[in-house]
Design a protein around this ligand. Structure first.
Ligand SMILES: [Zn+2]
Ligand SMILES: [Zn+2]
Length: 724
């Protein structure tokens, strides 16, 4: 029965669009291990959010029956709401309390000490509970278990802060034992990330599996095949309209907000041209203001829509559907699996339509190997100097602290000690018998955020005062500079003014079909080596890098990338110090490449590698940057490793480092192998967006050579084999 129904669906689609080729998407079931009532320090791998909620609540209930209170940490207020609502539904209204709710500190403290399940974000602990822990004595005494909901959300900068927040929580509990557990949804290194966050040896943490598995038909086509009939986005919209007429539900997932806007417009216009009723799909993407978001959630709850268009991060809030179309493939394998597990049943089918992006093309060409491929890893970096210093001040503001309370690692303790003394000299801390204590006037936890960047948000507003979106200040450079054209719920706007004091970007309606792209130039210097891989002459390392970015203006484009005009204007440059995965490549690996082409070979290889970076590390293109350069003569810019040759650095885009470079360093062989494979398999001649042309290149993709990049890749592969 089951196979019949989705086979019919597949037949109906392939008879209309015969160039779609059929294969199978499979997730192997993996069920292993049980949680005992008094287990501690374990992580459970599950396949979707609902399973993560089930296991979190199941264990919390058993702890509650034994008289213990569990504190669940979620990465968003919305997730906190969902966990609390599910808990109340199952165990009664007095079981759980949402600490992210707008309630007074007094109610939080008294109600919180009576409930068995407390749910909040790291921010609530950091900003409200820990700085005023004397008000929460009973609540803190009651909590004996901390449960991290959906571990991969606690990677990077947020996870690095969380490391210290959990330490501060342990300090506030005055040595009373805390046990930890976590849920992870398709995370390649759940146990090691969990161990890193709770500062415990991963070997001493348990890992359990609860993956149900799924097997559904999957249709796919290359960009060329889809472009030969229409375009991938037109195709996705057409399939959605077709299924709607048969009463079936389709979910179309896109990789960008602007693409979601385009698809929704296309669906409406196709359906009205067909003479049928005009279809207004449910359009759901990030960046909306709260009111709009609430409206959309109501529409989702009503379940009446037949076509949904969403950016893939938000798919987890959508119901299951008959057909799932990926337009542009999610940038990590974990996210592909997560979306499919959430949105499909064994009766559904799947369509994968790649973008002209490296990774998409690679996935479609290797669709069969995806089934067996490992999920990506995530990392944190508690030694990020910005995070470390900020959190030390917060901890020292709560009580006097010593390095050994904040880390088990001796090297980390020394770094903490240095920072404590430095801040003492600056007069922010004083040394007491029991450690260092903060003496400044402003409480550090009340200022500054935990999410990386500068945590400053801007609001996009029309000249008539209508609020459109809220976005992170880092997007000013890329999406919301003066003159930038953007889409919002089917309308186009162009930035007309920026008020840096009020943090407002004004915009006006835009009627032309043109679009804009920023030009950004960067300067780099390598500071020091953090860690080397001792094989292969130590030429692969994790290094410290300083990057300054200059916004020099933007291009106004039309059609498929034709530049109409360059508009010259500058924004304040940004400097960051972070961590880079550094490949230093000796000159003999450039054999068969003319000296004048070293730069083009390196640049091509750099793009190819960044393009597939998310096969090893959970990240997206906003998380990282890259640079490559030729080395003439001895090279000792802080990294004394090489004379003549070249280097490629792939660095974390957030100040202090977010852990992406670290996670990639741990799997760099796999990364290089995938990148070389992708360069060799791409059928284009001189390079295309599927192999070496990057949407984010600061040099507008100039000085790129696919031929020489491929030769370099081949030489590197020989080197990898020889040095193994
Ligand atoms: Zn290509
Ligand atoms: Zn580039």
């Amino acid at each position: 029965m089951k196979r019949d129904s989705n086979n019919e669906l597949v037949t109906a689609i392939t008879s209309k669009w015969p160039f779609l080729q059929q294969t199978e998407f499979r997730i192997t079931p993996h069920l292993d291990g049980e949680v005992s009532d008094n287990a501690h320090n374990f992580v459970i791998n599950v396949d979707r959010s609902s399973a993560a909620i089930d296991s979190t609540l199941g264990y919390a209930k058993r702890r509650a029956d034994l008289g213990s209170t569990t504190l669940v940490l979620t990465s968003s207020k919305y997730e906190a709401q969902i966990v609390v609502e599910s808990a109340k539904g199952r165990f009664g209204p007095d079981f759980a309390l949402d600490l992210t709710d707008k309630i007074s500190i007094k109610d939080m403290a008294t109600l919180g000490s009576r409930r068995k399940l407390l749910v909040c974000t790291p921010e609530i602990l950091h900003r409200k509970i820990l700085p005023d822990s004397f008000r929460f004595t009973r609540l803190l005494e009651a909590v004996s278990t901390v449960s991290l909901f959906d571990l991969s959300n606690f990677r990077g900068v947020l996870g690095s802060h969380l490391y210290y927040i959990l330490k501060r929580l342990s300090i506030a509990k005055e040595g009373n034992h805390l046990s930890f557990n976590a849920t992870a949804i398709y995370l390649g290194n759940a146990r090691s990330l969990f161990g890193a966050i709770i500062d415990s040896d991963p070997a001493e943490c348990r890992e359990l599996w609860m993956i149900d598995g799924i097997e559904i038909p999957c249709l796919t086509a290359s960009v060329e095949a889809a472009n030969a009939v229409a375009s991938p986005s037109f195709l996705a919209a057409s399939i959605g309209v077709q299924l709607e007429m048969s009463g079936l539900r389709t979910t179309i997932l896109t990789s960008s907000r602007s693409q979601a806007e385009v698809i929704a417009e296309t669906i409406t216009s196709i359906s009205s041209h067909n003479g049928g009723t005009e279809i207004k799909p449910l359009l759901y993407r990030g960046g909306y203001i709260d009111e709009v978001r609430d409206d959309i959630r109501e529409e989702i709850a009503s379940g009446e829509f037949k076509v949904a268009v969403a950016t893939s991060q938000l798919s987890l809030e959508l119901p299951q559907s008959d057909l799932v179309i990926f337009l542009g493939i999610p940038k990590t394998i974990a996210q592909i699996r997560r979306n499919i597990s959430t949105l499909s049943t064994n009766d559904s089918a799947l369509v994968l339509l790649p973008d002209s992006d490296n990774l998409d093309q690679w996935v479609v060409r290797n669709i069969n190997s995806i089934n067996d491929r490992r999920d990506e890893s995530a990392a944190i970096n508690p030694q990020n100097p910005k995070v470390m210093e900020y959190q030390l001040l917060c901890a020292a503001d709560e009580t006097s602290i010593k390095p050994e309370q904040l880390s088990h690692d001796h090297q980390h303790q020394r770094l903490i000690q240095d920072l404590l003394e430095e801040n003492q000299q600056q007069g922010k801390l004083v040394a007491t018998k029991s450690g260092h204590l903060f003496v400044g006037a402003l409480r550090p936890s009340k200022v500054g955020g935990l999410r990386g960047g500068d945590s400053v948000t801007y609001t996009l507003i029309t000249d008539d005062g209508e609020l459109l979106e809220i976005f992170d200040s880092s997007r000013l450079f890329f999406n919301f500079y003066l003159g930038a054209i953007h889409r919002h719920r089917g309308r186009r706007h162009r930035g007309t003014d920026i008020d840096f004091d009020q943090r407002l970007v004004y915009c006006a309606s835009e009627s032309s079909k043109r679009y804009t792209k920023p030009r950004i130039e960067s300067q780099y210097s390598l500071l020091k080596t953090i860690e080397k891989d001792e094989s292969l002459e130590g030429l692969v390392s994790l290094s410290e890098i300083e990057v300054t970015e200059f916004f020099t203006g933007y291009d106004l484009l039309q059609g498929r990338g034709e530049v109409v005009e360059f508009i010259d204007y500058e924004l304040e440059p940004k400097t960051l110090q972070s961590e880079a995965l550094l490949f230093a490549i000796p000159f003999y690996l450039f054999s068969e490449i003319p000296i004048s082409e070293y730069g083009a070979a390196l640049h091509a290889f750099e793009h190819a590698t960044i393009g597939v970076l998310s096969t090893v590390s959970l990240c997206d293109r906003w998380d990282v940057g890259g640079v490559s350069f030729v080395i003439n003569g001895p090279y000792n810019n802080g990294v004394d490793i090489i004379t003549n040759g070249g280097a490629i650095a792939i660095y974390d885009g957030s100040d202090g480092g977010s852990g992406v470079a670290r996670a990639s360093f741990a799997r760099w062989r796999e990364l290089l192998a995938t990148s070389i494979q992708n360069l060799e398999e791409c059928p284009c001649e001189d390079g295309c967006p599927s192999c070496i042309v990057s949407p984010k290149c600061g040099n507008s993709n100039s000085l790129l050579s696919k031929e020489h990049g491929r030769t370099l890749g081949g030489n590197l592969r020989g080197w990898l084999h020889a040095g193994r």
